[in-house]
Design a protein around this ligand. Structure first.
Ligand code: 4NP
Length: 168
């Protein structure tokens, strides 16, 4: 059985398609393609069908990634299709939690910031959309850190059955 991970952000054109692309890259690099299914979606519908924001694609290309996801909107059905719903910030958390049907769904929601190992105290992956190139670089740097942290956590043989929730 594959572990199915869905990355969520507000528009699905900056942070979550980047997380999706970075995690696919890591999974391929480690030869784990048979163990993981990865996707991303947005809370809003404004950008459905679009490629990631050009600034995020350029930022990704500078770091060796190809971000080519087509934006789609999150739906409550995604709780049935995925094992983990990984959100970027508190607003995403509440927007996803509002569509959960019970405790089993709630347990699937995780925060990317809880898997950061090199950014102590960082509680969110901030939205770079209205920011500068530096904000896109920072979001990418956080997502690389968090994706590595999450993948290592999921591959730990004796990991606790519950996901860590350090920032709840
Ligand atoms: P994302 O960034 O949530 O990281 O994809 C955003 C993209 C678009 C908008 C907001 C955030 N928007 O308002 O259109």
């Amino acid at each position: 059985m594959k572990t199915r991970i869905l990355f969520i952000c507000l528009g699905n054109i900056c942070r979550s398609p980047a997380a999706d692309g970075i995690m696919r890259h890591l999974v391929n690099e480690r030869g784990l393609e048979d163990e993981f299914l990865i996707d991303s979606a947005g809370i809003g519908s404004w950008h459905v069908g679009q490629l990631p924001d050009r600034r995020m694609r350029q930022c990704g290309a500078r770091h060796g990634y190809t971000f080519d996801h087509r934006a789609r909107q999150f739906s409550s059905k995604d709780f049935e299709r995925f094992d983990l719903i990984a959100v970027m910030d508190q607003e995403n958390y509440h927007d996803v939690a509002r569509q959960a049907h019970g405790e089993a769904d709630m347990k699937k929601i995780i925060r990317m910031s809880d898997y950061l190992r090199h950014h102590p105290g960082q509680q969110t992956v901030p939205d770079p959309y209205y920011g500068t190139e530096r904000d896109f670089e920072f979001a990418l740097e956080l997502l690389e850190d968090a994706c590595e942290g999450l993948l290592d956590y999921l591959k730990t043989p004796s990991r606790p059955s519950r996901m860590p929730r350090t920032s709840l």
